[in-house]
Design a protein around this ligand. Structure first.
Ligand SMILES: Cc1cc2nc3c(=O)[nH]c(=O)nc-3n(C[C@H](O)[C@H](O)[C@H](O)COP(=O)(O)OP(=O)(O)OC[C@H]3O[C@@H](n4cnc5c(N)ncnc54)[C@H](O)[C@@H]3O)c2cc1C
Length: 943
């Protein structure tokens, strides 16, 4: 698209990778009129066991076929419960059809529901036995489904005096069911007690092929089919906290269609259902259930704090924690960048001063232990190494649920991820927006004559083989050519793959921007912070635990594990954190939230416990795996130990290890993430997609420049320096366009969300699209940009799509300070001639508006080299002192602030705060501080 002869042609874009980032790019661009092709290299099974192109990356559902539930196996009772996504089991259905073992037709006489006798009966019995013998060899769990049919026109009893044709729908249905039941009795007798579940139902008319292949002349049958138990496994469960603005915005634009393919008026956003409670289980204490919505009254707030006291925390712990969070909320983005990114969350809680090395605040042993493990069970990182800005931003957003009523509290999906979200997404992209999905992969990127060229391959779905060489069909050749010549290429793969495909550019010495930053990003282990540098080569897969090599390794292993039950099981109606489980566990009983609850007859299971296993380096304390880490166990050992840890964590205080009161039913099956690799001995080798965790002083090592927020009235700082030749960046900053056509998207790039989540993947996809929109209007089709008077002259640096000079000062004329936008509402859309910018929510702008002035003032102090206003005046010390006074000198726990002393300290606090915030804003802070103190004191009375 050169802006000349082909002006008016819709720009074409290849997106490599159909994860959340890639699908977001496709969605946003296709809605803006681009021609989009998504190239994805993985396949997976759908819920009917058919192989298809994988959609959703690690977030997709991994369907697996259940094995035959047997009491024991070679490795003990758990080995028989392990299921994998494996075509062999699924293809058994097709094979049985090829062998003409199914369907089995049980014939009935006209108008009758009496099972056949004589030869016909012997024939059915023989076929049933042959089918069961075949299935037993397959080791898969199966049910026989029998459906009775009747023919409305031709199935009346033989005409005779007083007999009418079968025109009444009730009679018709009844006859179908009776035939199914009769066939069931026949088959049960033929099976002679074989382990199979036989379900029967009536269905009306159908014209089945007869076993000899001939078309039937009537519908007087009961038809027997084999149905396997397909388990909806997942990489890990899907958690949607209320602050997921990007993901929710996308979901609101994906229509849900009814059974006839018409819009139902609902969108995927309606499939995110609230999980009202959160459970915390801490070995030896009663499980604590906390609502995720704000307390309805002061008393309820106090009750919640009292409940937290039962976890063994002191009033001082809670006061200090809330003070630290409050101070964080009064801290400007600039100071967070400068001071918080380089220290850990735990160091922040301790009031660590990097200049002096001093620690200011102390907590009880119990609190310290839980505070350090909480982030581990939340998202696999260590609070001692995880950076304070990423953790602080996330905790502030999670805390929001407790102070504001939001449209959704934490949510989960109303079905397996693929059914509730990804399938409707693909349908919308493909059918409505014309996005083309191609099974194939990107192998490498090369620079050829100054042009960036993707080299890839196509895969044939039917065989799973690559289409290459002379064997290529004309259509495949055309496709490969089209993939090379698109206007833009977006690499939306995981970080490991992104590093691998950009390797030729580094080897050729031409890498710049993201390809250069990716060198060693996944293949080296960074040195311990604050040390910086390249780090040591990562151990190869198979040579031990390849990721999570050290506690400060930015890539850890995190994985999902699901237990499926044939009995009802519900621990809580929300997420449960097992804060002391050695392997860092979180769970949710997903199936309770599903719109279509599983049933034994249809699905083979009724409940499901979905676990995230977040710590692969800590040793188990009890059981067969005692002394071993998850990384040192095989799949069966992992499942057995995880289940044992959950049961042990639920033990009541003081109970002996061998006396758990929590006695869940044994799972019939478990499913372990297929992206985990084990060697032939069953020993874990590596996670194919490791999990990127925040490590202090590491955020800036993420590839590429910082993200850009297009919301009007937000001033984004201009890029620090003009980008090099071969790179293009919009004058206001944002993601890079490499060699005029290559852009990257994915969780491993810099985002405002920071944490590796679907929200970050979606956000990053939006930044990639915004960069393309800017590049298109300013460089590829400059007439577009000029027409709209867009900011920044399209002066290029000589290479195709080269860099324009940054606009002086960046930002937009008349832009107001960013703090003016501290409201939680929709962002304003901003149009460009190439299409609206994708909306971006910088989560630091979406915190409590009450503290906007305090943050602004802190920014002012920072600019002048002054400390945080709280530190300058020792504000945090005063409320701690008030609390201390209330509980000191023999005062009974829970007594209010000690009379005159309390009142004078309170006055001191007020005076100091007014001094600290001369521009205003002190009242909001004061109110929150008093609220905290009151709640803690009231809570202490109730505790
Ligand atoms: C156990 C676990 C639980 C989690 N739970 C949550 C949660 O509850 N909530 C949440 O928000 N986040 C959660 N996450 C994180 C979240 O799922 C991921 O961060 C996010 O989905 C990543 O999306 P992505 O598009 O960047 O990458 P990916 O999902 O990795 O997608 C990349 C895609 O690119 C394809 N690809 C790779 N290489 C190539 C190539 N060369 N050519 C073509 N295609 C290629 C891959 O096959 C894949 O489909 C969890 C993560 C884990 C590990």
């Amino acid at each position: 698209m050169g802006g000349g002869s082909d002006a008016g042609r819709r720009p074409t874009v290849n997106v490599f990778g159909a994860g959340i980032a890639g699908l977001t790019v496709a969605h946003e661009l296709a809605e803006r009129g681009f021609v989009v092709r998504v190239v994805e290299q993985d396949t997976c099974l759908d819920r009917h066991g058919r192989r298809r192109i994988a959609m959703g990356g690690v977030a997709r559902t991994q369907y697996a076929i259940a094995r035959q539930a047997r009491p024991g196996g070679a490795e003990g009772p758990w080995s028989a419960r392990f299921c994998r996504s494996d075509v062999d089991g699924m293809s058994a259905v097709a094979e049985a059809r090829d062998l003409r073992l199914v369907p089995i037709h049980v014939p009935f006489a006209r108008g009758s529901h009496a099972a056949p006798g004589g030869e016909a009966r012997a024939d059915v019995e023989g076929r049933v036995r042959a089918l069961l013998a075949y299935l037993r060899g397959k080791d898969v769990d199966f049910r026989l489904e029998i459906t009775g049919y009747a023919d409305a026109h031709d199935d009346a009893p033989p005409p005779g005096p007083g007999l009418r044709p079968l025109t009444n729908p009730e009679e018709h249905r009844e006859l179908c069911v009776e035939r199914a039941e009769a066939a069931r009795a026949l088959i049960a007798a033929a099976a002679g007690g074989a382990a199979c579940t036989i379900a029967a139902s009536g269905q009306g008319e159908r014209a089945p092929r007869r076993s000899d292949g001939a078309a039937p002349d009537h519908n007087r049958w009961a038809v027997v089919e084999v149905c396997f138990t397909v388990l909806p496994g997942e990489h890990g469960f899907r958690f949607f906290p209320s602050y997921y603005n990007h993901v929710f915005d996308t979901m609101r634009r994906i229509p849900l269609l009814d059974e006839d393919g018409n819009e139902s008026g609902r969108t995927v956003y309606d499939n995110v259902v609230p999980t009202p409670n959160q459970g915390i289980v801490s070995g030896g204490l009663s499980p604590l259930i906390m609502p995720r919505s704000p307390p309805g009254s002061d008393h309820e707030r106090a009750e919640r704090l009292a409940a937290l006291r039962t976890m063994g925390y002191t009033a001082a712990d809670l006061t200090q924690l809330m003070l630290r969070v409050l101070r964080y909320m009064c801290t400007s983005a600039g100071r967070r960048a400068q001071e918080m990114e380089r220290i850990s969350w735990w160091e922040y809680l301790e009031g660590y001063d990097p200049a002096t090395g001093a620690r200011l605040y102390h907590y009880s042993e119990r609190f310290e232990r839980d505070a350090k493990t909480q982030s581990r069970v939340l998202a696999s990182f260590d609070a001692v190494w995880g950076d304070a800005r990423t953790c602080g931003n996330t905790y502030v957003q999670l805390f929001y649920n407790w102070v504001r009523t939001l449209p959704k509290v934490d949510g989960t999906l109303s079905g397996p991820t693929s059914e509730a979200w990804l399938d409707p997404w693909r349908a919308y992209l493909e059918r409505r927006l014309g996005v083309q999905f191609i099974l194939g992969g990107l192998e490498r990127l090369e620079l050829e004559g100054g042009e960036i060229v993707p080299h890839g391959f196509l895969i044939r779905l039917a065989t799973g083989e690559r289409a290459e060489g002379d064997d290529l069909t004309a259509r495949e050749r055309e496709l490969i050519e089209a993939l090379r010549s698109a206007d833009y290429h977006v690499v939306a793969t995981d970080a490991c793959s992104a590093e691998a495909v950009t390797e030729p550019l580094r080897r050729a010495g031409v890498a710049a921007g993201v390809p250069r930053d990716l060198g060693g990003f996944t293949t080296k282990v960074r040195p311990p912070p604050p040390e910086e540098g390249e780090g040591a080569p990562r151990p190869a897969a198979g040579a031990g635990h390849a990721f999570g090599v050290t506690a400060w390794d930015r890539f850890q292993t995190m994985s999902g594990l699901q237990f499926f039950f044939t009995q009802e099981l519900k621990i809580n109606n929300g997420y449960v954190y097992y804060s002391q489980a050695p392997w860092g566990l979180t769970s949710i009983n997903s199936a309770q939230f599903w719109r279509r609850r599983p049933t034994l007859e249809r699905d083979g299971f009724v409940s499901l416990l979905s676990i995230d296993l977040c710590d692969w380096n800590t040793r188990a304390r009890e059981g067969a795996a005692a002394g071993r880490t998850a990384a040192e166990c095989g799949p069966v050992g992992i499942a057995e130990q995880v289940f044992a840890q959950i049961v042990a964590e639920m033990r009541p205080a003081g109970a002996a290890a061998e006396a758990p009161i929590y006695d869940p039913p044994a799972p019939a099956w478990f499913y372990l993430d297929e992206l985990l690799e084990f060697d032939e001995r069953g020993v874990f080798t590596r996670a194919r997609v490791p999990y990127l965790v925040p490590i202090k002083a590491d955020f800036q090592s993420r590839p590429g420049p910082p993200p850009w927020d297009p919301t009007p009235r937000v001033v984004s700082p201009p890029p620090a320096k003009a980008p090099e030749a071969a790179l293009w960046q919009a004058p206001h900053g944002g993601y890079l366009v490499h060699w005029g056509k290559l852009v990257f998207a994915g969780v491993y790039l810099k985002t405002f969300t920071r944490m590796s989540t679907m929200e970050a993947a979606n956000e990053s996809g939006r930044h990639a699209v915004n960069a393309i929109l800017d590049h298109l209007r300013l460089v590829k089709a400059p007439a577009m940009g000029a027409a709209a008077g867009a900011p920044g002259a399209p002066a290029t640096s000589g290479v195709p799509g080269g860099a324009p000079a940054p606009a002086p000062g960046g930002g937009y004329p008349g832009a107001a300070p960013q703090a003016a936008r501290h409201m939680r509402s929709e962002v304003f859309y901003r149009s460009t001639p190439a299409g609206d910018y994708c909306a971006i929510w910088d989560m630091e702008h979406w915190e409590l508006p009450e503290f906007a002035l305090a943050k602004q003032y802190d920014a002012w102090c920072l600019e002048r080299g002054l400390p945080h206003p709280w530190d300058l005046l020792g504000i945090e010390r005063i409320p701690s002192l008030v609390s201390k006074l209330a509980h000191s000198a023999g005062a009974p726990a829970g007594a209010g602030p000690a009379g005159a002393d309390g009142a004078s300290l309170d006055a001191l606090l007020e005076g100091t705060l007014r001094m600290a915030y001369p521009w205003g804003g002190a009242d909001a802070v004061l109110e929150m501080l008093r609220g905290i103190r009151k709640a803690v004191e009231e809570g202490s009375k109730l505790a």
